[in-house]
Design a protein around this ligand. Sequence first.
Ligand code: DC
Length: 211
Amino acid sequence: MIIAIDGPAAAGKGTLARRVAEALGYAYLDTGSLYRATAKKVLDQEIDPDDEQGCTVVALNLTPADLTVAGLRSEEVGQAASKVSAIPGVRSALLRFQRDFAANPPDGKTGAVLDGRDIGTVVCPDADIKFFVTASTEVRAERRFKELREAGEDVIYARVLEEMRERDERDTNRAVAPLKPAEDATVIDTSGLDADQVFEQARDIVAAKQA
Ligand code: DC
């Protein structure tokens, strides 16, 4: 069983994916962490994020340890991840790992939940269940702002909102695997919902599909 959860930044897809995976006993892969880990190494090695070949080499040589380094969730790394993820070579370097994870979930699990931007459209077009989790830009910027403040980052809301718009624009308009709902995805708008309500909606849809 493969469950694909896509959506823009800070829409709540990570929280939902983690809860769905836990409830069903499935493996969970945050595919954004692959792009973030690539971006972090690109920044650390002072490679230009526009250097397609340099970034692709980094993605090809990513190791599991790179996915757990500190600092992956920062805004700087998120923006850089959005840039490197537009490079076709980077995307194809990371594709196989994601598909392998979905087809052979670790630890003998019988299913996998993957969240990202292109899981239902490109990585796992045959996923059993697809969600597209979204929310208004202002709500998402507000959530990200609070998250960053709580993590001790010195940020202002207007800047977070601007960066959210930039990132949406880049993720949605790139030539390869742009952010968009799969035709057969169920869209959940989380703008007026809390995490429990989002989970309950998804849980009911999963239960209906499994019945
Ligand atoms: O979900 P996130 O904020 O951790 O993702 C960081 C960036 O990685 C996002 O702006 C675009 C890219 N990404 C992608 O292109 N495809 C995915 N499946 C996941 C993330």
